[in-house]
Ligand binder design. Structure first.
Ligand SMILES: [Zn+2]
Length: 209
């Protein structure tokens, strides 16, 4: 089981409230930033819907400007390690080093945005964690918790945007029926720097922008 984040962030309520269950949904995006990130930010800005971006250090290193834009537009930056190495690929020390390298880039984005970095940057490890995952010992050493999700939609596979949006909407409704907030795990990039056009379009459909 994944360790789901329980505290939902509330989409900003403005003249155009988020039409999809505005009190019970959080959008999170992993593996970016990438070529689709700016289009996604445009959609989120139109919908006035803040999100959390679990960014890869290897991409932040080459495009910190988009992370600065995220912060200016009210989004949260999270750490998704530097290289997206899977469980078991790195020693614990090497994993901790990757987390620190990515933290430094995230703090640099906050400083460039003229904002104070948070005391603890949200962290989500590649592929999530399961009980017994050795990487949890790195988190314990760092005193950090893991941010999970309640819904994963395989948006990294080629799927029609309308189908993705339907799955996302269904998950939000199911969570709501259980009295629980939905934390959607989507992808605005990939370790190889691929586009995520279907994800962007699905978010537009979900938010009706
Ligand atoms: Zn990932």
């Amino acid at each position: 089981m994944h360790d789901a984040r329980t505290a939902a962030r509330l989409p900003v309520q403005a003249d155009r409230p988020c039409p999809i269950h505005p009190l019970a949904m959080q959008l999170t995006f992993d593996d970016g930033p990438g070529p689709s990130t700016r289009a996604l930010l445009d959609a989120l800005a139109t919908a006035r819907c803040p999100a959390t971006f679990f960014a890869l250090g290897c991409h932040l290193r080459t495009d910190l400007a988009v992370a600065v834009r995220m912060l200016h537009e009210g989004h949260t930056l999270g750490n998704h390690t530097f290289s997206h190495a899977p469980a078991g690929a790195l020693s614990i020390d090497a994993l901790i080093d990757e987390i620190h390298r990515t933290d430094r880039l995230i703090r640099a984005a906050y400083r460039t945005a003229d904002l104070r970095p948070p005391d603890s940057i949200p962290l989500r490890l590649p592929y999530g964690v399961r009980p017994g995952d050795r990487r949890l010992s790195a988190l314990r050493q760092l005193g950090r918790s893991h941010v999970g999700w309640t819904g994963l939609f395989e948006d990294w596979l080629t799927r029609p945007a309308a189908q993705l949006a339907t799955s996302m909407r269904r998950h939000i409704v199911e969570q709501r029926a259980r009295g629980e907030a939905a934390t959607l795990c989507l992808h605005d990039g990939s370790p190889r720097g691929e586009t995520r056009d279907a994800t962007v379009q699905a978010v537009r459909l979900l938010l009706q922008v």
